[in-house]
Write a protein that binds this ligand. Structure first.
Ligand SMILES: Nc1ncnc2c1ncn2[C@@H]1O[C@H](COP(=O)(O)OP(=O)(O)O)[C@@H](O)[C@H]1O
Ligand SMILES: [Mg+2]
Length: 247
């Protein structure tokens, strides 16, 4: 009988890259202090997030959601465990390298917008382009920032200072700032928590829309209705993930 030989599977580096999860956390732990008075943020968390996934992280106050989000975003560092994002062991980077990595690889959205009050909307977004790639020309930075503001429907308000924008508009500027460098990962910690329902829905739709381009979006939220509109809900309790199912 003739032997059937399967042709070898040829994979391009890009497909190999995408076959791996974007985020792989193992035994991830964050605690502050030592001994019996130590405060535990998250406790031996294992987590894998795929490319282009829209994931909600839910759980009661103090359950470790923000701690986990801050680690994924490279704002904070784990006390133990490993964290690989897009093939990079970010837990092993020096502070300088982590800051640089963050600038070009993650977009971060906070509950209270965190826009710089003395810069207008476009300048706030431009700063993120500068952080991601210091060598871009001023003109290029400006064009990219206007594109990002256009993507969130605020091209006509580019010259407004944060105080001249509503909360919902400020958060849309923050979303523009998060997406302008085209990061693979966006971490949003209660991005709708300070907004009315209607503005919150607009911000959610903008974030959710990014996954079609392959961006992974982590949405920390108290809003159960929004959580049910994601691909997967990760529930936390006392620093642990207690369930993590597709829906
Ligand atoms: N800087 C810190 N120092 C000490 N404990 C902290 C610190 N940040 C967070 N924690 C503790 O870690 C736990 C998880 O907090 P957090 O991640 O903010 O929860 P959540 O976002 O789910 O409300 C809480 O018990 C909190 O008190
Ligand atoms: Mg929190």
């Amino acid at each position: 009988m003739e032997l059937m030989v399967q042709p070898p599977v040829v994979r391009t580096p890009a497909s190999v890259e995408r076959a791996r999860p974007l985020v792989e956390a193992l035994d991830l732990t964050r605690r502050w202090g030592k001994g019996p008075t130590a405060q535990l943020g998250i406790d031996r968390v294992d987590l894998a997030l795929g490319h282009g996934e829209l994931v909600a992280i839910v759980g009661p106050s103090g359950s470790g959601k923000s701690t986990l989000g801050a680690l994924l975003a490279g704002i904070d560092r784990p006390s133990a465990g490993s964290l690989v994002v897009d093939g990079v062991r970010i837990d092993q980077l020096s502070d300088d390298r982590l800051a640089r990595w963050r600038g070009s690889n993650v977009g971060i959205v906070f509950q209270n917008f965190h826009l710089l009050p003395t810069l207008d909307a476009r300048e706030n977004v431009e700063l993120a382009v500068k952080l991601a790639d210091g060598s871009t020309s001023r003109r290029n930075r400006r064009l990219r920032s206007l594109d990002a503001l256009q993507a969130v429907g605020l091209a006509d308000k580019a010259k407004r200072l944060p105080t001249q924008l509503s909360g919902g508009e400020q958060q849309r500027v923050a979303v523009a700032r998060a997406l302008v460098a085209q990061p693979r990962l966006i971490v949003a910690d209660e991005p709708t928590g300070s907004l009315d329902q209607e503005s919150g829905a607009v911000v959610f739709d903008l974030l959710a829309g990014l996954v079609s381009g392959g961006t992974t979006v982590v949405l920390i939220t108290h809003d159960e209705h929004l959580a049910t509109r994601t691909d997967r809900i990760i529930s936390m309790l006392d620093g642990r993930i207690v369930s993590s199912g597709a829906q």
